[in-house]
Structures are given as C-alpha cells and as structure tokens.
Design a protein. Structure first.
Ligand code: MEV
Length: 332
C-alpha cells in the first residue's frame, strides 16, 4: 500500500554542551538510533498521530478541517496557527507535531512515530521527531534530502525546536539535518571529516528528573552573564577539535570540560563520583548533553579510555558501556 516513511538520527555531544547556547562552538556526532515516522493514507478527513516516543503511548486525532483553517503556508506564520489551535492539541508534544506539519493540504491517514533513541537521555530525540515529521510531509517519497535543501531544512527543524524548548542552540537540528561529526557555532555548521577511533564509550545513568529546557534555564539564571566561563568552554572545545586525532591530549580537554560542567551545576553528585572513578583509573569522562541541575541522574555520560575495553570497564564501574564506534551514523 501507499506507505511513506522517514527517519532521523539521534546525536551525542562530544564537547561544548551548554556553552553552545552562549555562542561557543560545540562538537556533536549523529548516532545510528532513529526516530521513524510512517504515514499510511486513508480517505477519512482526519489525521491521526500515534507516538510511543514519550514512553507512554499517545494518540492525537486532528480534525483536518479545524487544523487547515489555522495553517499558513509561510513558515514564519506558524506561531499564529499554533496559538489558535492549542485547544485542539492538548500537550506540548502534540503541539509540536502540529507545528511540524507545515503543509496546508495535509493528507488524511495515520502517522505512526517510533523511536529507538532513548528518550530524556540527551540524545536529541525531540529534534529527531521534528525532522522525521518534516521529511514525511515535505516529500512524496522517502528519498534523502538534496544537499541544496539542507540549509532550509535545518532552519525549519531549529524553528520547531525553539517552539518546544524555548531558546536553545542549533546543535540537535544540525545533527538531524547533516549527520556525521559536526561542529556547530551559533548558526554555522561545519562537518568534520573525522573517524572516531577506539576508546570512545557512552553509558546511561538514568533519565534526569528535569528536562533539557529546565536545566538550560537553571544555568541561564545563574551563569548567563559569565562570559569568562563560556570563553573557557570555547577554548576547551577548540582544543578538543585540534586534538581529536591526537588521543594523548584529548583526555585533558575532556577532564577540563567536566570541571566546567561541574562548575555550572549540571553534574549530579553520584555521576560526579563515577566520573572521578574513571579519572582515577586513567580515563576521562563527562556528561553528554544537558545533564541535570537537580536529582541524581544525568542522562548520558561520554567516556574516553583507549587503554580499556568496554567489558572490563563496565564490570569495574558497574554500568553498561556502549562503544561509540559501532553507533556512528555517517553523513547523510
Ligand atoms: C542539549 O542536548 C544541549 C544543550 O547545550 C542545550 C542546547 O544546546 O540547546 C544543553
């Protein structure tokens, strides 16, 4: 049958989370976990969106007539439509889905969203949902985007993300648009032609109690004026980029990054203790993504420890390390 589908990858931040919000560079890598959106048409005049992305399954029935009345073809006008339609779509995520559906002739049928990106884990699942939906409704096939369309697509994902999280950086939007290893600074995205070698791992400490938006807001309230701190972060990310092929110096850039992340209060104590343990063994580690300004868990932790294999490390630390190399998503 006439089924269409589109997918978008998750990402991990290697260096520069938080500081990227204040104009410092960050380096991220797209991973081979995906959000997939599948559309199956029907001849009713409704669009049903079902999603298991938020852990609990959710189903939104959109009356097309109502929806189309508020749509404006020009992307910038979506906000207006969004406000008017709040009574139809009751949750922020449904609102997001609606916002992503930027066609004034929405098809009728069912959209099903699946994800194998761990949610709430700092892996960018919400940007991937937006990107998968945008692709689905933009193209009549699941063909990959043409290169010359990417800047526009990037802007759209970024716009939808801002609606959801308030102000934030463009890093997730860049990862879902371009894939591969990327440097992002403000709106500038530079693909880094890098192969990440051995020794990179990540592990999940549990879903943080606060959302990315809440943690970013908590940091902003206390540290937005601390340009000195953001400059230190920027230097570390530059050192990270310069040394990514000289592993001997990467560890110190990561340890310095971890120090600063602790200073801005996004590394919960139990996670700090694990990272200290890794450092005492001779490796380097840092949170990866927003972390958390409260509670005990922080989502993902990135580990760089070329001298150790994942089984040994996992056993010693009592966590489950995943080698990053097996999870890379090539540029797309
Ligand atoms: C979250 O994945 C990364 C942060 O830097 C927020 C952002 O960039 O928008 C914490």
């Amino acid at each position: 049958e006439n089924m269409l589908s589109a997918k978008a990858p998750g990402k991990l931040i290697l260096s520069g989370e938080h500081s990227v919000v204040y104009g410092a560079p960050a380096i991220a890598v797209a991973v081979n976990h995906y959000v997939t959106a599948t559309f199956s048409p029907s001849d009713t005049d409704t669009l049903i969106i079902t999603s298991s992305v938020l852990g609990q399954s959710r189903r939104t029935l959109v009356q097309l007539e109502h929806l189309v009345a508020h749509l404006d073809q020009r992307f910038e006008r979506f906000l207006l439509g969004e406000l008017a339609v709040q009574d139809v779509l009751q949750t922020p995520h449904d609102l997001l889905y609606y916002t992503a559906l930027q066609s004034d002739s929405l098809p009728s049928g069912t959209v099903t969203i699946h994800s194998d990106i761990p949610t709430g884990a700092g892996m960018g699942s919400s940007a991937a949902v937006i990107a998968a939906l945008l692709q689905l409704f933009q193209s009549s096939s699941c063909a990959q985007q043409r290169d010359d369309k990417k800047p526009e697509f990037f802007q759209k994902v970024k716009y939808c993300e801002r609606l959801q999280h308030g102000r934030g950086s463009a890093i997730d939007a860049a990862a879902v648009t371009y894939g591969g290893v990327l440097k992002v600074q403000a709106d500038k995205v530079t693909p880094l032609p890098l192969e990440l070698g051995d020794g990179w791992y990540h592990f999940h400490t549990g879903t943080p109690c606060c959302s990315t938006g809440e943690t970013v807001a908590a940091v902003r309230a206390k540290f937005s004026h601390r340009t000195d701190l953001w400059q230190q972060f920027a230097k570390i990310t530059q050192a990270f980029e310069a040394n990514i092929k000289q592993p001997s110096r990467l560890g110190s850039a990561m340890r310095a990054n971890h120090q600063l992340l602790q200073e801005i209060g996004v590394v919960p104590a139990p996670v700090s203790a694990l990272i200290a343990q890794i450092e005492s063994m001779g490796g380097a580690a840092k949170i990866c993504g927003a972390g958390a300004h409260q509670g005990e868990t922080a989502g993902q932790v990135l580990v760089y420890f070329p001298e150790q294999n994942s089984e040994t490390l996992s056993a010693q630390l009592g966590v489950c390390l995943t080698p990053l190399q097996q999870q890379l998503n090539g540029a797309h």
